[in-house]
Design a protein around this ligand. Sequence first.
Ligand code: DGL
Length: 276
Amino acid sequence: MSVLFFMDSGLGGLPYLHWIQKKKPEYRLIYLADNQAFPYGIRSEEFLQERLSLLSGTIIDLYNPALMVIACNTASVSALHILRQRFNIPFVGVVPAVKPAAEASGEGVIGVLATQRTVQGDYLKDLIRQFAPDQKVETQGAPDLVDFVENRLFSATDEEINAILDPYIEHIARQKWNRLVLGCTHFILLRPWLEQRLPGSVGIVDSTEGVGQRILSLLEENEKKNTRITGNSGTPVTEKGQRGVFHITGTGYNKKAYQAAADRYDLDFRAIKEIG
Ligand code: DGL
């Protein structure tokens, strides 16, 4: 039985898990929402490197996953290189989709919405230097959107969602962005409302498809090689009844809301104390 692992500071990684769930139903999917350290966007790189190492070690001991997906831009740009050094297992990260945005934007302005940590870090600056050296790129931290998606989105009315988006919609129009890069995985969950509000001239770019394809090609490569990635049994087929799991760290969160999120993605809800 082969396991794939996905994690984020909260709910943001679920669109990536869902993408794979549809394509590869035979894999058992384990998700971790690190609510205890949420939000990652205010943390230092050193903190994130140690935190992600601790969580990855715990998950590898528990599940021996074929693949670890760090479905969080902030964690990936801060800690992915350290995780790859420390653990002998394939890691897939998620970074702001500057490259496809640059290819599509032409003469226009590319806007990247992300966390403060991602906006301030060198990784995003290097991506822009590498893929959009002669284009106009603006980066914008949006901590209020991260908090809203994590704590309110699933119980909010359309009116409330539109109200939190208002200043961003105005900013995008004022600054004449023609591409909007969703550089924080939480923002992908706002995509339906952004699509409704933004004119067709503003293309929304996120990394779900690109990262999903990368995961599929790694799985295919490794299934062919019949190495670790096919799991201990040598087959990727999950045993009947082996549902995926939604783990959450910390205390004091709204259990009902997270349980509902787990149900929506067909995962069993389990607090971290049950795996520690
Ligand atoms: N979802 C995360 C990202 O992609 C970070 C959100 C946070 O915890 O600040 O960057």
